[in-house]
Write a protein that binds this ligand. Structure first.
Ligand code: LCS
Length: 393
């Protein structure tokens, strides 16, 4: 059955279009760096594009292509480009759209290294960066310059959980003749489809929800149009930040359960956010499913669910936050997110520690902010764990 006719959760299992000659139920791991040509002419045709036969795994590989086709199908894009990591996808994207003297507008609270790489490396080649809150549409419009080549955002943002209006940002970008690129890691295509809202490229750290088991580092770019797809693929192949076939196999396996994993983690997250919000030792909670979230209405419109990521501050700031983090027993004190296990971390000293204090302050990454990535354990156990740790504060 054509995957176009299937619903999202069936596509998770059946999409990808791979037909194995031996009838295997799962796509095999083609752990081969190179592929035999049928003849010299066939080899030449593979290189010229007349034949879509496989050549070399940095360029393409059946196991990797199956994963690329699946994620592109889930995001309603033209094609996917798998990368070694989420950062591999981000740097491929920067390389494809930026040039010497170009200007980029990026969300001030994008994943820390995605910002650091612009500030520390791309500026060496004369790239100018404006970091702002892309939820502020007037600020985005005001920041446009004749040399602006890219509008890049992440929503919900990491770790502030701020939400940006993707339809409005796509209009602003397109009126300026530039692409809108969206990091969809926090939602996955199950909860948000940026390409349907007008974005040109969507990217993922598949290390997170897409793989979902904290055992793989991987990335993906999906382009809406063939032109962007070709541009991004050429950069990835030549940079050499390709995925490995085993990594693709494991990621494809994790992806099959995306919907049921997110349903459960989200159900847990809603209860945990409500528990934290009423707790006397909690200063504030930011979660798109709480009415107190400043962009609650926008989240309802552009996301099909509030997800499993939240941030909060314990009264007393970082000192109290550390007591909480040092005393949890079930939640792991670890970075990353989107896996089956609940993780807790401190962005100011961990994931976002390389940002300057000034940048962190502007981006709203306070010293007391604690990030919680909710897993699929029994929710009562997670709440009991937070409760016993908060009692020690
Ligand atoms: N985008 C987002 C939203 C992320 O959270 C991360 C990693 C990346 C991109 C980069 O992906 P990677 O290269 O690690 O696959 N986020 C991490 C985090 O929050 N804790 O540790 C890594």
């Amino acid at each position: 059955m054509s995957s176009e006719k299937l619903r999202f959760d069936s596509k998770l299992i059946h999409s990808g279009g791979f037909e194995d000659a031996l009838g295997s139920a799962t796509t095999p791991i083609y752990q081969s760096s190179t592929f035999k040509f049928k003849s010299a002419d066939h080899g030449a045709q593979c290189f010229s594009g007349e034949s879509d036969g496989y050549i070399y795994t940095r360029i393409s590989n059946p196991t990797i292509r199956e994963l690329e086709n699946t994620v592109a199908d889930l995001e309603n894009g033209f094609g996917g480009i798998a990368t070694s990591s989420g950062m591999g996808a981000i740097n491929t994207m920067y390389m494809a759209y930026l040039e010497q003297g170009a200007h980029i507008i990026s969300h001030e609270a994008v994943y820390g290294p995605a910002r650091v790489v612009l500030e520390n490396f791309w500026t060496k080649f004369g790239v100018e960066c404006t970091f702002l809150d892309t939820a502020d549409l007037n600020a985005v419009k005001a920041a446009l310059q004749p040399n602006t080549r890219l509008l890049y955002t992440e929503t919900p943002a990491n770790p502030t959980i701020g939400i940006s209006d993707l339809k409005a940002l796509a209009d602003i970008a397109h009126n300026a003749g530039i692409p809108l690129v969206v990091d969809n890691t926090f939602c996955s295509p199950y909860l948000q489809k940026p390409l349907d809202l007008g974005a040109d490229v969507v990217l993922h750290s598949m290390t997170k929800f897409i793989n979902g088991h904290a055992d793989i580092v991987a990335g993906m770019l999906v382009a809406k149009k063939e032109e962007d797809y070709n541009k991004l693929r050429t950069v990835m192949v030549n940079l050499g930040c390709n995925m490995d076939p085993l990594q693709a196999f494991q990621t494809r396996r994790g992806l099959k359960t995306l919907a049921i994993r997110i349903d459960r983690a989200q159900e847990n997250a809603i209860k945990i956010a409500e528990y934290l919000e009423q707790h006397p030792k909690i200063e504030w909670v930011k979660y798109p499913g709480l009415k107190s979230h400043p962009q609650y209405d926008l989240a309802q419109q552009q996301m099909s669910g509030p997800g499993a990521m939240m941030s909060f501050e314990v009264k007393g700031g970082i000192g109290s936050g550390k007591i909480l983090m040092d005393n949890v027993k079930l939640a792991l004190l670890a970075v990353s997110l989107g896996g089956i296990e609940t993780l807790i971390q401190h962005p100011a000293s961990m994931t976002h520690s390389k940002m300057t204090s000034e940048s962190k302050k502007i981006a709203g990454i306070t010293d007391g902010l604690v990030r919680l990535a909710v897993g699929i354990e029994n929710v009562e156990d997670i709440i009991n764990d937070l409760d016993q740790a908060l009692a020690k504060v």
